[in-house]
Design a protein around this ligand. Structure first.
Ligand code: DX5
Ligand code: ZN
Length: 226
C-alpha cells in the first residue's frame, strides 16, 4: 500500500495533486504535522485535513511529529482524519493515549518511532495499535536518504508483530523510492510513505506511484514465497 506524503506536494494545487494520486491507486494520504519542537521544522495543521476531506474518499492519516500530541487529537478528528499516529519518544506511557484514540475517538491508531529508538521499546504496546510506523529517516524534512540499518529494524518489528499482533501494519516513512521500496517490502513493511518519490517525480505523481506499488508488490510476494 502506498501512502503519498503531501509534505512534498505542490500546495498551490493540493486538491488536484491528491485527486491525481487517488486516481493512480494511492491507498491513503499521509499528512505530516510538525511543531518546530519535536522536529526542527513546521508544516501543517488540521485545517489542511479539513480542506482535503471533501476532495478524497481515501483515508487521511495524520503523522503527529509534535511534542504534545494530546492537545491536537480532537481538532484532527473534527477535521476528518481517519488515523492518528503518535510518537513513542514523547509518551512515557503511550497506552492511555493509544486507547483514547481507538476507543473514545474511534480512529485507527499508529505508534511511530525514530531510527535511534530500539524496536523492542515498542513491544509492550504492539497489541494496542493498528499500525507501527518505523521511521527510516530522522523526521523533520522530506527528501532525505533511507537509513540502511532500517531494514534490520523492520525485520525485527515484523518478528515481534508476528508474535503479538500479526494483522498490525508496518509502515515505513522516509527515503522510500524505487531503489529502497523493494528492500523495505522484503523485510516485512506493507505500507509505504513516499513524498519526494511521488510528488517530485520527473514523469509525474501518477506514474511514480504506479511504479512504486508494482515494486512493493513484486518484492513482498517473492519474500513471502522464499
Ligand atoms: C519525514 C516525514 C515524511 C516525509 C517523507 O519527516 O515524516 O513523511 O514527508 O518524505 P520523503 O518520501 O521525501 O522522504
Ligand atoms: Zn510522515
Amino acid at each position: 500500500m502506498i501512502a503519498p506524503s503531501i509534505l512534498s506536494a505542490d500546495f498551490s494545487r493540493l486538491g488536484e495533486q491528491v485527486r491525481e494520486v487517488a486516481t493512480a491507486g494511492a491507498n491513503r494520504i499521509h499528512v505530516d504535522v510538525m511543531d518546530g519542537h519535536f522536529v526542527p521544522n513546521l508544516s501543517m495543521g488540521a485545517v489542511v485535513v479539513k480542506g482535503l476531506r471533501p476532495v478524497t474518499q481515501l483515508p487521511l492519516e495524520v503523522h503527529l511529529m509534535v511534542e504534545d500530541p494530546g492537545r491536537f487529537l480532537d481538532g484532527f478528528v473534527k477535521a476528518g482524519s481517519d488515523a492518528l499516529i503518535v510518537h513513542l519518544e514523547v509518551l512515557p506511557d503511550p497506552r492511555p493515549m493509544l486507547e483514547h484514540i481507538r476507543k473514545a475517538l474511534g480512529k485507527k491508531v499508529g505508534l511511530a518511532f525514530n531510527p535511534d529508538m530500539p524496536v523492542e521499546r515498542a513491544e509492550p504496546y504492539l497489541r494496542d495499535i493498528d499500525l507501527a510506523l518505523c521511521m527510516t529517516v530522522f523526521p523533520g524534512f522530506g527528501g532525505q536518504a533511507y537509513i540502511p540499518e532500517s531494514t534490520e529494524r523492520i525485520k525485527k518489528l515484523r518478528a515481534l508483530l508476528d508474535q503479538h499482533n500479526p494483522t498490525c501494519e508496518i509502515e515505513v516513512d522516509g527515503g522510500i523510492d524505487a531503489k529502497t521500496i523493494g528492500e523495505a517490502a522484503s523485510a516485512g513493511a506493507n505500507v509505504f510513505v513516499a513524498g519526494t518519490a511521488v510528488f517530485g517525480a520527473k514523469n509525474g505523481p501518477a506514474a511514480a506511484l504506479k511504479e512504486l506499488a508494482q515494486l512493493a508488490k513484486g518484492a513482498s510476494s517473492s519474500a513471502g514465497s522464499s
